[in-house]
Design a protein around this ligand. Sequence first.
Ligand code: ASP
Length: 578
Amino acid sequence: MLKTKYRTHTCGELTIKNKGQQVTLCGWIQKVRKLGGMTFIDLRDRYGITQLVSQDEGAIDGFSREMVLQVEGEVIERQSKNPKINTGEVEIRISKLTVLNKSLTPPFTIEEETDGGEELRMKYRYLDLRRNNVRANLELRHRMAIETRNFLDKLQFLEVETPVLIKSTPEGARDFVVPSRMNQGEFYALPQSPQTFKQLLMVAGFDRYYQIVKCFRDEDLRGDRQPEFTQIDCEMTFVEQEDILNIFEALVKHLFKTVKNIEIPELTRMTYADAMKYYGSDKPDIRFEMKFTEMNEVVKGKGFKVFDEAGLVAGICAKGAGEYTRKQLDELTEFVKRPQVGASGLVYARYNKDGTIKSSVDKFFNEETLKGWAEAFGAEPGDLMLILAGEPHKTRKALSELRLEMGSQLGLRDKTKFACHWVIDFPMLEWNEEGKRWHAMHHPFTAPKPEDMDKLVSDPGSVRANAYDLVINGVEIGGGSIRIHNKELQARVFDILGFTKEDAQYQFGFLMNAFEYGAPPHGGLAFGFDRLCALFGGADAIRDFIAFPKNNSGRDVMIDSPSIISPEQLKELGIAIK
Ligand code: ASP
């Protein structure tokens, strides 16, 4: 099937079975060498490498890496075989060589372990993409997309494209905007997600929608975020949360099975409240236990001010870490004090193998009391108890970081193991101290749980939503919710979120109006596709799974974008830059 006018085979498919055949291959020079009067070329394409051989020493004079060749010759058996590659038993005895194009020496080696730094590789991304491991990442991405489509197609999901030039909305992240030439002074926005469109498709009766779709968010690029990224975006009609969780659990299992041949056990579910209480995070990594133990009752009133004055004293028990050295413990103390972690200090208690317990606060707590701590933690000899104290929210957050750090240090975060679960019952709203107003925790279209509806006005902070996140190995892969499908309720929620009636109408009138024409109950979710691919590929960086990613300043260094535009273009758009 891959035969064309240029070639009979690819560089990855010839084996001993093809011995004696006349073939034509095309590809790039990986390597050339002369050996004992013979000349060898490793010819590479997407599919593999085939060795070419010639008796003519001069055959490769002037040849260099990355030139594009066409070769004709006979498949012969190799003398020294290479069992590591598919084509390792054969080589092509060259009868004709044609140079299809020459190449400059690439600025870095086209090998898995390259000598090129990140910035250089991004500038020459087309060369970087020639490397096996980078290409393999994109092949994995392709497989994931195909399997997603196969799975959803079988369940009657329709892939519908939604527009990329839409309208700016203030909620959520910052929008990328595009000036309109035909409507000067007005702007489109690029979608942060197709949220409102997919809801309108439900109003339109499409019943089950999906799209593997680009989304755009103009955020500061913390960590591994890209300004444009891809979601598997889905929406369904006449469903409850339970239906959605079941269907998308099956999608996750299908992907693991078909792409990685891994059977994933049934996904566990954890409420948001428990996630915060036991892990201090709404996306806990449950590849390992190390749950929080709250210690207020055990530690207070012994004269240790730090504990007595704290809103929360809580800790973790690191199994088998009782032999941590003083230096390691000092490093952990430094770790928790880092501004990103934010604790003011660390209390530890080592449960020694001989049954004694030594703590960093022996002055205040005698051995007997420390035994009480060990009991609270379920600690055994050989374990290490690590305790933080302070304002509850901050303490939980810091302890969560410490837990992850200990998980890493103790080798409990193996990238080849996968722990997938749902976090459910998210609060609908969260208080924004800066703006002194409520924000939608998921987005403003999320419905409150019916049983919490009466608290919407009296106690908005306690209202839970039918909103859920999928978490794999401590990474939030995606989330969604059951939506509001009633105009009055949507208007009330906008009101609670601080929108005036006019603002709500201006921004979202199209959606609320649609709700007046027989909007069915509906809900959905979206998974971050790049992130899912990175996770499947055992990597942290999503940019390794994007063909042409942006760097940390949001630049594409290959095409050098963003860039300034000409005064004529600006004029045409009616934009004046001072
Ligand atoms: N549109 C949401 C998001 O991008 C996902 C959803 O609620 O379906 O996070």
